[in-house]
Design a protein around this ligand. Sequence first.
Ligand code: SF4
Length: 332
Amino acid sequence: MIDTIFIERGVVNHSRTQSIKSKFKNPTIIEVDRYQEIFNKRSQNFRIQKQNPALILAKKHDNFVLPAPSGFGLASTRNFYFSHMYNCIYDCRYCFLQGMYSSANYVIFVNFEDFFDEIEQSIQVNGAQDLTFFSGYDCDSLAFENITGFAESILPLFKSYPKVDLEFRTKSVQLEPLKSGLPIANCIVAFSMMPEELAKRLDKKAPSIKRRINAIEKLAARGWPIGLRFDPLIYSKDWKQLYKGLLLEIMHRVPREAIHSISHGPLRYPKKMYQDITKLYPEELLFSLPMSENNGYVDYGVDVENEMAEFLIKNLKNYVEEAKVFQCVVQA
Ligand code: SF4
């Protein structure tokens, strides 16, 4: 667990800093001027730091809301994301964060209200139609909820804009505040999924697929719109059998009416990121499978990607209508 908390001097007395701090037992507190002093320090090793990450409480000053990267959105005309946290308490082997940041420490920006103001401004500027905001691009959006209370704070905002979608992307089975609150039709809880056999190997420290399906079942019964994210699709010798088993289990347990959307995307990295991640885990089986470089990206190649996507779509046919299924591909 976390035993060291770095706090920017400017937010030491912020009520959210105090509340987050109180959730930890006797942490060592170190005050800093800016979080970058710790987070962006050179010569850090993500893999070693991941074993005992520190928490950094900071204030974000700009860029609260950004256009979603290609391959992240669904059907909306305009997709945005925001990140109240950098890094994740889970440790998935394919996670792009480990190739993006040199530090595995967790940063939480305590000035949530500035995010909310900028989200509202984006809604005013873009019109409250066909907009989706994604929470959980630089972190898992619900995994640290019992510490941050971020989801609880943001839900009322989206409740007041029923035509604007909010997606929480998660692997967490920590279901509050959703389980005890009334569902909000435009707030989608989107779970990242893969066959249990693969998740056991790759989704380190994340809840098992069995627990995720249990969580989905509970939220669906409460009326929350559910997203299923098969992104990335992971290749293995018996992938067809594994994915078929997973889909059958989901179809059996989650009523189709609860499904807001299903998206899928291939495993794909920018070349430099792929090199950095494979350097961290040279022994990882995932990276020993044949992957090739295409236009600056490393992936399984278009034939395998298409075969996997078509397989998924075919097997979802009798479950949800085609319009609810989206392919998310980072354009090479
Ligand atoms: S849950 Fe998502 S953000 Fe967290 S480690 Fe896994 S892939 Fe990365």
